[in-house]
Design a protein around this ligand. Structure first.
Ligand code: F6R
Length: 237
């Protein structure tokens, strides 16, 4: 794993956006995996700035988001549809039809996962996957115990994830208990992964992820086996 040490999340935003631009600019049709949550927010803000400065276009890009809650309307401010529109899509020239976010309102969730798999297959191998880290070691919404071979699927969120994400909701009771997520197998197929982790709270789990046993109990530990991961972090690992 390559490690880029930054001083804080602001610097992660600047460094991360430059790295993303460097990777996708030479590509005719970049396929990019996107994450939500607090960690990538400064990176997205910098991508918007760079786009507005004419340094990068997303005209030909195709994106796939890692995950979405089940049962939230797309215009619900706590949904990942809303987050992506608000934090990135509204500020760049990505074609909306090329921005794929799992539909947590689908009447048939299994079918929605199959459809998402088909779309990813048609787009071809992901050039770049952005990834955050859950306090319990999750990537996407692949909670501890998820098979390393998993594909896009419906999950029951862990108590720890509901607790951690309750900060985005009015109360813990409002956090959905189910979500849709790309599987670990999908994530591992990306050509390259930018693994974004900030905040002292994540120091302990990040050390286990980077130096500990590769085990399904710590989903992100599988990244040790990926040939091209760059960890960008303000934590001394
Ligand atoms: C979000 C996602 C999650 C988050 C993780 C960290 O799309 O896939 O795995 O990356 O929960 O979230 P933050 O960045 O809010 O600490």
């Amino acid at each position: 794993m390559n490690i880029i040490q930054v001083k804080d999340s602001g610097e992660l935003g600047v460094v991360g956006a430059d790295l993303v631009i460097g990777r996708i600019k030479p590509l005719k049709k970049p396929v990019i995996g996107l994450a939500t949550g607090s960690t990538p927010e400064p990176l997205y803000a910098n991508l918007i700035k760079k786009h507005q400065a004419g340094e990068i276009s997303f005209q030909n890009a195709i994106t796939f988001n890692l995950d979405e809650y089940v049962g939230l309307a797309h215009d619900d401010p706590t949904s990942y549809h809303y987050y992506m529109d608000d934090k990135l899509f509204s500020g760049i020239d990505l074609k909306r039809e090329n921005a794929h976010v799992l539909d947590g309102e689908a009447s048939n969730l299994e079918k929605e996962c199959e459809q998402f798999e088909r779309l990813m297959k048609d787009a071809g191998q992901m050039d770049l996957q952005l990834l955050g880290l859950g306090l319990n070691g999750h990537i996407g919404f692949n909670e501890p115990g998820t098979s390393f071979d998993s594909r896009t699927h419906v999950v029951e969120l862990d108590e720890a994830t509901i607790e951690a994400n309750s900060r985005f909701f009015e109360s813990k009771a409002d956090v959905p208990t189910k979500a849709l997520t790309m599987g670990i197998g999908n994530i591992m197929e990306a050509k390259e992964i930018f693994f974004l982790v900030t905040g002292a709270k994540k120091a302990e789990i990040l050390k286990r992820v980077v130096h500990g046993e590769v085990t399904e109990k710590v989903p992100a530990s599988i990244l040790q086996r990926h040939p091209n991961v760059t960890l960008i972090t303000d934590i001394d690992v």
